[in-house]
Design a protein around this ligand. Structure first.
Ligand code: DGL
Length: 261
């Protein structure tokens, strides 16, 4: 039975895959981490769109039944909800919805890559849900390399986060969106620095719920045979498996192979 494809530029999308596996334990998943071309967040929309097409084509060649674009930067250039005839699930709309459900009506902060901030995709999604809402977007280009390096709990990361959070917190946001799938790895640090009055949101759970709803409503076929998690990366950097295993725990990686795009 066909798997669900999930991709990101690196390990970040594993935070979404974990939520998917938790909600849909029997579904087989194929994950693609485009580690050879990371980061996406510093690239232009044209390049990101090319990567998106190539990644979806690769997953399609493996016979997946749908693709979860577990990358905000790639989701920010999505133009429809299918590609190559496959249903696509982005993470920005579910993230914006989760933020609106959590906000008490105050300003909303968005931490994201440069490309996601430049696209204004979150601003537009949030303003569609609540016109007139105050949105503070903060580009955080140093966070992805820190997460890929496994430095979530390093004092350097805390110092960098303090700087990125200063403007949203000075504006008095009551909700902060982790608008990059790498950032949930830093959620505990962001929450500590932001304080108890700020709700820190990521789109993993809400995105997984959207996929689950489609399966429950018959819009996406449910698997008939339980399956695990097969991972492909475009570079076989040794740190990926160790860090990836930690993020996905307790769900194991069944296989790890090179994707030659
Ligand atoms: N994790 C990705 C995102 O959600 C992109 C990180 C990057 O490659 O810059 O935006």
């Amino acid at each position: 039975m066909a798997a669900i494809g999930v991709f990101d530029s690196g390990i970040g999308g594993l935070t979404v895959l974990r939520a998917l596996k938790q909600m849909l334990p029997d579904e087989p998943f194929v994950y693609l981490g485009d580690t050879a071309r990371l980061p996406y967040g510093s690239k232009s929309p044209r390049t990101i769109r090319n990567y998106l097409h190539q990644n979806v084509a690769f997953l399609e060649s493996l016979g997946v039944k749908a693709v979860v674009v577990a990358c905000n930067t790639a989701s920010s250039v999505l133009e429809g909800d299918d590609l190559h005839g496959l249903p696509l699930y982005g993470v920005i709309q579910p993230g914006a919805q989760a933020a609106m459900a959590a906000s008490q009506g105050g300003a909303v902060g968005v931490l994201a890559t440069r490309a996601t901030v430049a696209s204004s995709a979150y601003r537009h999604a949030l303003e569609r849900l609540q016109p007139g809402l105050q949105v503070v977007e903060q580009a955080c280009p140093l966070l992805v390399p820190l997460v890929e390096e496994g430095w979530a709990d390093d004092p350097v990361t805390e110092t960098v986060l303090q700087r990125y959070l200063s403007e949203p917190l000075a504006t008095g946001v009551d909700t902060l969106i982790l608008g990059c799938t790498h950032y949930p790895v830093l959620k505990h640090v962001v929450q500590r620095l932001a304080g108890p009055g700020v709700t820190v949101i990521d789109s993993a759970q809400t995105t997984a719920q959207v996929v689950k709803n489609d399966i429950m409503r018959g819009r996406l076929a449910a698997t008939t045979r339980p399956g695990g998690i097969d991972v492909f990366t475009t570079d076989l950097a040794p740190g990926f498996r160790e860090l990836g295993t930690r993020i996905l725990a307790p769900y194991p990686i069944d296989s790890w192979s090179l994707a030659d795009l």
